[in-house]
Write a protein that binds this ligand. Structure first.
Ligand SMILES: Nc1ncnc2c1ncn2[C@@H]1O[C@H](COP(=O)(O)OP(=O)(O)OP(=O)(O)O)[C@@H](O)[C@H]1O
Ligand SMILES: [Mg+2]
Length: 428
């Protein structure tokens, strides 16, 4: 009996243990699972949120980013990528080569995939977006420990343009400085080697040295003026200026050449005073007259016209221009009156393709058809930049062999619109 009750007792204990285990382990497992399920869901949600954040950031960066798989299916592409190297086709394409349609870029990514290359390839790629050439710097690489590839592109068109201008500028300036210095050094050497003993030869050589030294000096002056304007260092000082004096004094500078070439100067000066910056107006007029005197051959004619023009008159002048006329700037819509200065010559003129390039620093028309009168190609660049400061407009009309007419329209600044303590200084 005792034996039977012991067995029953044990069965009871085992049943209790089984019930205990069922409730505490199995039920707890459910609880555990419930808990762990919630945390997985939370994790997934968290990851989805992070993905959203990353995607939204990547959509906003200015570099183009595209991710493709090994079959070049697009996994991700941001707006900047589409904008920078778009093919013009629908944005909904899913193959990389259809998105870019750029042979060089596709070729590079093909090679990386084929060779399972894990290095970062950097390439400058140029392509045409409508008529404009664009240059992008591409980085193409396999994303670490995945079978995906990333293409990152940066638009460097502007930087490249600046680089090209810089190196062309350095090349030009070195050439322009080297030429007179070589001549000066050469003639000094010749003088040292005996030419000094012959007075006539010595005077001739000194004159040549003087000419080159002056050329060097004017080149540096021009560069200082240009740099000042470009860096915003040039300030405008407004005052009442006497235009007749400026024209007469400028013509005086070229009197020898005018006389030697027997040039006829015709003046129609219908206004005398103008409220503007004396040195800037003076600079424009000197460069305009210098060119007309320089590029007009013997017995030629130069006509100078000066008058005030209304805003509608100025707009009509622009509207009536022939297709081959070049205009720099636009008519200032805020100005009522404009100073009109035109210098027309009967000189060698400029062909249309060259006319388009005038105003570029150091650009000079190849003068193989006539004797080179010398110059650095900075005069018109100075006029162009100075006019920008004054909100002015220039009109260039010419054809090869048929003279040149250079016209400027400069808005009259109202005295009240000039700021500054003394009412005459305005920072450009
Ligand atoms: N009136 C003109 N007639 C014909 N060609 C001209 C005339 N004005 C300018 N050009 C052409 O435009 C080019 C650029 O003129 P720009 O005044 O900038 O330089 P430059 O006269 O050569 O030198 P500088 O820096 O001494 O003025 C000249 O070299 C010349 O070929
Ligand atoms: Mg000139």
């Amino acid at each position: 009996m005792i034996y039977l009750s012991t067995i029953l007792f044990f069965i009871l204990i085992i049943t209790l243990i089984a019930i205990f285990l069922y409730y505490f382990l199995f039920k707890n497992k459910k609880i555990f699972l419930r808990f762990s399920g919630a945390s997985i869901n939370n994790k997934i949600k968290e990851n989805e949120n992070f993905l959203k954040i990353y995607k939204s950031i990547l959509q906003k960066v200015t570099d183009g980013i595209a991710v493709v798989d090994e079959n070049k299916n697009i996994i991700f592409v941001n707006n900047a990528f589409r904008k920078n190297i778009r093919s013009g086709l629908s944005d909904n394409v899913n193959k990389f080569e259809l998105l870019t349609r750029n042979y060089e870029l596709n070729n590079t990514i093909n090679k990386i995939i084929e060779n399972n290359d894990s290095t970062i390839i950097e390439k400058k790629i140029s392509y045409f977006d409508k008529a404009d050439e664009k240059i992008v710097l591409c980085k193409i690489f396999k994303i670490d420990e995945t079978k995906y590839y990333a293409v990152i592109i940066r638009d460097i068109t502007y930087i490249q343009k600046i680089e090209n201008i810089k190196s062309a500028f350095i090349q030009n300036i070195s050439h322009e400085i080297k030429t007179p210095i070589t001549a000066i050094a050469g003639f000094i050497e010749t003088l040292k080697n005996g030419a000094l003993n012959n007075k006539e030869t010595a005077i001739k050589f000194f004159n040549i040295i003087d000419h080159h030294a002056k050329r060097l000096n004017s080149l540096i002056d021009d560069l200082i003026v240009l740099t000042n304007i470009e860096t915003g260092g040039a300030s405008l000082k407004f005052e009442e200026i006497n235009l007749i004096n400026i024209i007469e004094n400028s013509l005086q500078l070229f009197q020898n050449e005018i006389r030697t070439k027997n040039l006829k100067i015709i003046k129609n000066l219908d206004c005398t005073t103008f409220f503007s910056d004396f040195s800037k107006i003076n600079q424009i007029i000197i460069n305009m007259l210098q060119n007309s005197v320089k590029y007009t051959e013997h017995n030629g004619k130069i006509s100078i016209d000066l008058y005030f023009e209304t805003n509608s008159g100025a707009n009509n002048i622009i509207a009536d221009l022939s297709e081959t006329s070049i205009v720099w700037g636009t008519i200032d819509s805020n100005a009522d009156n404009f100073l009109y200065i035109s210098v027309e010559d009967t000189g060698i003129g400029v062909s249309y393709p060259n006319l388009l390039r005038l105003g570029e620093r150091f650009f000079r028309v190849d003068s193989s058809h006539s004797a080179d009168p010398g110059g650095t190609g900075l005069g018109l660049a100075i006029i162009k930049h100075t006019l920008k400061l004054l909100n002015g407009t220039a009109i260039l009309q010419s054809s090869l062999g048929n003279g040149f007419t250079f016209t400027v329209l400069i808005p009259q600044i109202g005295i009240n619109s000039v700021s500054g303590k003394n009412n005459n200084i305005m920072q450009a």
